[in-house]
Write a protein that binds this ligand. Structure first.
Ligand code: NAP
Length: 255
């Protein structure tokens, strides 16, 4: 029988202002949860995401902060706690991808930017969550970290972005290690590996056509939606997944 949490959950989502993070924020709002919507540049999108959470039935606050900056991340978690109290869950979601290229043609600046955001940023955020999520002796009160990896971690993404794929491989490994560190405290750590999902990330990497091109090649014959990805994220945050930790859930249409 699914366990239920007696009180509202307080969830921080990095990169919660657009795409997959925003859909997860909206779904968490529909559960009546309190959501910290982190963003780095686009305040307008973050405010729109906050309104969507509120319209869905939850409470939300927009929290600016660059995940690559330790002081920003610490302030982000502090602001979340000031707004809602103790944290119950975090979604380590903020990530970027650069234009398609072979490794031989990638500049060090590009590699640094991708790895700084997707690996260092995620590790700093996961560290802060690990420091703050309360230990519990009750599975009903377990807290949860959901790390957003990618099917690219399995596929390697040759000729497109092996830098990004490697950064997501690091997320898979972080999930395994951190789940073992935090399991005794009843803090669960899982990863969601989206495949090709309809968000702005493809256009921002200069390849909006990628969505349909790759989507058509999946067994389900289409790209996924941010909402479909959010279902897995919110389930992993919730007490319904209370005996699940250290896993990677593919939301990738069979690819
Ligand atoms: P998106 O639509 O481009 O949204 C990215 C979000 O991350 C935005 O809210 C952005 O905020 C935020 N962000 C970027 N850099 C940041 C930084 N340094 N600090 C704080 N926030 C930052 O991307 P998405 O498609 O939803 O992707 C979300 C996650 O899913 C990423 O980790 C991505 O790698 C992963 N993923 C996506 C797909 C896909 O097909 N879409 C597939 C596999 C995995 P601003 O707008 O303010 O910069």
């Amino acid at each position: 029988m699914p366990l239920s949490r007696a009180s509202t959950m307080n969830i921080l989502i990095t990169g919660g202002s657009r795409g997959i993070g925003r859909a997860a924020a909206r779904l968490a709002g529909a559960r009546g949860w309190n959501v910290g919507v982190n963003y780095s540049n686009n305040a307008e999108a973050a405010e729109a995401a906050v309104r969507e959470v509120q319209q869905a039935g939850g409470q939300a606050v927009a929290i600016q902060g660059d995940v690559t900056q330790e002081t920003d991340v610490i302030h982000m978690f502090e602001q979340m706690e000031r707004s809602f109290g103790a944290l119950h869950g975090a979604v380590i979601n903020a990530g970027i991808v650069a234009p398609s290229s072979r490794l031989a043609d990638m500049s060090v600046e590009r590699l640094r930017r991708v790895l700084d955001t997707n690996v260092l940023g995620a590790y700093i955020c996961a560290r802060e969550a690990a420091r703050r999520l309360p230990a519990s002796s009750s599975s009903e009160r377990s807290t949860s970290i959901v790390i957003i990896s990618s099917a690219a971690a399995r596929l390697g993404s040759p000729n497109e972005y092996v830098d990004y794929a490697g950064s997501k491989g690091a997320m898979d490994t972080l999930t395994i290690g951190l789940s073992k560190e935090l399991g005794p405290a009843n803090v669960r750590v899982n990863a969601v590996r989206p495949g090709i999902i309809d968000t702005d990330i493809h256009a921002s990497a200069g390849d909006p056509g990628r969505l349909q091109r790759i989507g058509n090649q999946t067994p389900l014959g289409r790209a996924g939606s941010a909402g479909e990805t959010a279902e897995a994220i919110v389930w992993l945050l919730s007490p319904a997944s209370s005996y699940i930790t250290g896993t990677h859930i593919d939301v990738a249409g069979g690819r």
